[in-house]
Design a protein around this ligand. Structure first.
Ligand code: OGA
Ligand code: MN
Length: 288
């Protein structure tokens, strides 16, 4: 087995093959980390990972972040507080074993409502529906590079408010007051264009659409500008839909991607285990 890296699309994603993530040499790990920085997401297929293996691989990237607060709080497998379960499956009391249900998850980057969002998240596929539930990735460095100059000028030096009220499934986070006012909503302010701390490449940093606001504009101006930025960013040429197979692990860089999920049959089972790597710093503004 020799490690091989192939691009997933010309703008985003790398597939790494010829590795067993439970038995990784330091050189193989360095190659995966490098591909993650340069390609924004990394796909590794045909893995057989226990929760301990998933944690050990995740911890090679640094300290882990606790799971996000979702519609029912933080849901982890018993004894694994650093793992977060994404699933529509119900337990024997009829309670979901994970977050996000079976509906669509709208475009977002993880936990950008925090001052220091996680550098990375990874999902490992344990059970999958026969169809649906694809996870899409958007390359935000390519989206920024191709942004019309007029839009670049409108966001230069500005910050965006990132909302912590609703998750990507449209659910209210546990214990949070509902609001549609970006100024009252919990969340964090981040530069609209951030520079990758390792590669220096700038990326558009939008977070999520709902309750977003660009500083220095009236609410109506901000809405119109956000609509234009979002319409640009999620064009097919910057995105890729990942069709999952059991044993797939996908690791993404929250600083240079957004992701979303297609809905799937609610009576089918989908079980994913996720970890998130703590942010190494606040997102850094791009000085254009
Ligand atoms: C996530 C997420 C989408 C999916 O775990 O952060 O957005 O495909 N998941 O389950
Ligand atoms: Mn997510």
């Amino acid at each position: 087995m020799a490690l091989e890296i192939t691009p997933v699309t010309p703008v985003v994603g790398a597939q790494v093959s010829g590795v067993d993530l439970a038995r990784l040499t330091d050189a193989e790990f360095a190659a995966i980390r490098d591909a993650w920085h340069r390609s924004a997401f990394v796909l590794v297929r045909d893995q057989k990972l226990s929760d301990d293996d998933l944690l050990a691989f995740s911890r090679r990237f640094g300290e882990l972040d606790p799971p996000p607060n979702q519609e029912r709080g933080r849901i982890s497998p018993p004894g694994y507080p650093d793992i977060y379960v994404v699933s529509n499956v119900l337990d024997d009391k009829g309670e979901p074993i994970g977050a996000l249900g079976a509906g669509e998850a709208a475009w977002h980057t993880d936990m950008s409502y925090l001052d220091e969002p996680p550098d990375a998240s990874m999902l490992y596929a344990l059970e999958l529906p026969a169809s649906g539930g694809d996870t899409w990735f958007c390359g935000m460095q390519a989206a920024y590079a191709a942004l019309p100059e007029e839009l670049k000028a409108k966001i230069r030096g500005r910050r965006i408010k990132h909302d912590g009220t609703y998750n990507s499934g449209g659910y209210l986070r546990q214990g949070v007051d509902p609001t549609d006012d970006p100024h009252k909503a919990p969340g964090a302010w981040h530069p609209a264009v951030c520079v990758h701390p390792v590669t220096g490449v700038p990326a558009l940093y939008l977070g999520r659409r709902r309750n977003s606001y660009i500083e220095g504009y009236t609410p109506a101006e901000s809405e119109a500008l956000l609509d234009a930025l979002w319409a640009h960013a999620i064009q097919a040429r910057f995105t890729h839909a990942h069709r999952w197979r059991i044993g797939d692990l996908v690791l993404w860089d929250n600083r240079s991607t957004m992701h979303r999920r297609d809905p799937f049959d609610a009576t089918a089972r989908r079980v994913m285990h996720r970890t998130q790597i703590k942010g190494s710093a606040r997102p850094v503004a791009y000085a254009a």
